[in-house]
Ligand binder design. Structure first.
Ligand SMILES: Cc1ncc(COP(=O)(O)O)c(C=O)c1O
Length: 390
C-alpha cells in the first residue's frame, strides 16, 4: 500500500459520516428502527413512485447501515455497496442475482467451504453447474471460461492460502464476457483492491477483519452502480439477509482502525510464519509471503495462514497445550485462534470440502491476533515442546 493511499484511507475512515445529521457526534447514531413514517400522503406517494429516496423499512434502507456501506464502497473504490447479515448472505445473494438454470460458474479450488457447499447444494438444485480450477493456473482458467456466466474468485484461498494474480484472472473473465466476483475477506481493501484490478464485484465476510473484534456476523458486496442495483432489487429484498443497524454501527467502529490492525496482524503473522518455517518439525508453511513473491495487486498479508507438521507431533496435544491460541473457527478479530486440519478433514458437513480439495491432517490453521509476537511465539514453542513425539 502506498503512503498516499494509506493517508487517504485513514482520513476517510476517521471522517466517515456527516456529523451535522447527528448532533455533531463523532460517532453516527444507531437508527434502531424497523420502519420510517411519512410526513403526509404526498410524501408516501412520491417515495413509492421512486421520485423521492428516503428510508421506508430497514430491510431496504437504514441510515446506520448506509454509513457502513458508504465507508466500504469508498475503501474498495466502488460506486456503491450493500451490507448483509452475514458473509454467506452476501455470497448467496450476489451469486443468485446473476445465474439461472443451465448456467455454469467457474470457481477457484480451495474456496471458503460454505461457499463450496452453497454451490454444491442450492445451486446444483437450480441446475447451475460449478467447475473448480486452480486459480494459479491461468491456462486452465482460460480454458474453463468460454460459455461460463460467472468467475468466482477468492485470493488467497481458504486453508492452503494460494494467492492468485487477480488482475490477470479478471482480464481473462472480461475477454470471455464473464462476470467476475471475488471474496476479499482475507486481504481487505488495505492490502488488495480488486475493483482497481478489473474485478466486477468484491465481497467480504465483514465478520472477519472489517469488524475486527469478533462481535459481529456480517457481509458486504461492492461494485458498479448497475450491478449493485441488481442485487439490491432482485435478490436482497426477497432473501432478506440485510444487516441490522446495531451490527452496522459495530462495523463502522471496527473500520476506523482497520489499516492499523492489518499492519499489526501482518507483522506478527509474518514473523511467526518465518520462525515456523525454520523449525525441523515443520514440513511446510502456507503463507502467501513465504516461498513466492506476492502476486501483483496484493500489497500485504493478513494474520491467517496454515502450516503442516512433519509426522513427529501429537496434534491434539499441541492444540491443548496452547494457552493464547484458542481452538475456534473464524478469524479476523483481536484474538489468536487455531483450527486443526484433521478436525476439518473429518467434519460431518456434506458435501465434503476435504474430499473435494484435500485437507492435510497434519496441517493446522493459525489466526495471529494482536496479543504480541513474542508472547504468541512462546506459546507455540511451549506447545510444540510438550507435543513432540520424536
Ligand atoms: C473466506 C470467507 N468467506 C466467507 C465467509 C463467510 O462469512 P460469514 O461467516 O460472515 O457468513 C467466511 C467465514 O468464515 C470466510 O472465511
Amino acid at each position: 500500500m502506498s503512503d498516499a493511499f494509506d493517508n487517504l484511507l485513514r482520513a476517510s475512515l476517521i471522517t466517515a459520516h456527516d456529523e451535522s445529521n447527528a448532533f455533531d457526534a463523532v460517532v453516527p447514531p444507531i437508527v434502531q428502527t424497523s420502519l420510517f413514517t411519512f410526513s403526509d400522503y404526498d410524501e408516501m406517494v412520491a417515495t413509492y413512485r421512486g421520485e423521492k429516496q428516503r428510508p421506508v423499512y430497514s430491510r431496504g434502507l437504514n441510515p446506520t447501515v448506509r454509513v457502513f456501506e458508504d465507508m466500504l464502497a469508498r475503501l474498495e473504490g466502488a460506486d456503491d455497496a450493500l451490507a448483509f447479515a452475514s458473509g454467506m448472505a452476501a455470497i448467496s445473494s450476489t451469486v443468485l442475482s446473476f445465474v439461472e438454470p443451465g448456467d455454469r460458474i467457474v470457481a477457484v479450488r480451495h474456496l471458503y467451504p460454505d461457499a463450496f457447499r452453497f454451490f454444491e447444494t442450492v445451486l446444483k438444485r437450480m441446475r447451475v453447474e460449478v467447475i473448480y480450477v486452480d486459480g494459479r493456473d491461468e491456462e486452465a482458467v482460460a480454458k474453463a471460461l468460454p460459455g461460463a456466466k460467472l468467475l468466482y474468485l477468492e485470493s488467497p484461498t481458504s486453508w492452503v492460502m494460494d494467492a492468485h494474480d487477480v488482475g490477470a484472472l479478471a482480464a481473462l473473465a472480461k475477454q470471455h464476457s464473464v462476470l467476475s466476483v471475488i471474496d476479499n475477506s482475507w486481504a481487505t481493501p488495505v492490502f488488495q483492491r480488486p475493483l482497481t484490478l478489473g474485478v466486477d464485484l468484491v465481497l467480504h465476510s465483514a465478520s472477519k477483519y472489517l469488524g475486527g473484534h469478533s462481535d459481529v456476523v456480517a457481509g458486504v458486496v461492492a461494485g458498479p452502480k448497475a450491478l449493485i442495483e441488481r442485487i439490491r432489487t432482485e435478490t436482497l429484498p426477497y432473501l432478506g439477509g440485510k444487516l441490522s443497524p446495531f451490527d452496522a454501527w459495530l462495523l463502522v467502529r471496527g473500520l476506523r482502525t482497520l489499516p492499523i490492525r492489518m499492519k499489526a496482524h501482518e507483522a506478527s503473522a509474518l514473523e511467526i510464519a518465518h520462525r515456523l518455517q525454520a523449525l525441523d518439525i515443520v514440513e511446510k508453511v502456507c503463507h502467501p509471503a513465504l516461498n513466492n513473491a506476492l502476486p501483483p495487486g496484493l500489497h500485504g498479508t493478513s494474520g491467517l495462514f496454515s502450516f503442516i507438521f512433519k509426522d513427529q507431533i501429537n496434534i491434539r496435544s499441541f492444540c491443548d497445550h496452547l494457552t493464547l491460541f484458542k481452538l475456534g473457527v473464524s478469524w479476523g478479530g483481536h484474538e489468536s485462534l487455531i483450527v486443526p486440519g484433521d478436525v476439518v478433514a473429518n467434519q460431518k458437513a456434506p458435501p465434503s470440502f476435504a474430499a473435494a480439495f484435500g485437507v492435510d491432517p497434519l496441517s493446522v490453521r493459525l489466526h495471529v491476533g494482536l496479543e504480541g509476537t513474542e508472547a504468541l511465539w512462546s506459546d507455540v514453542q511451549a506447545a510444540i515442546a510438550a507435543a513432540r513425539t520424536k
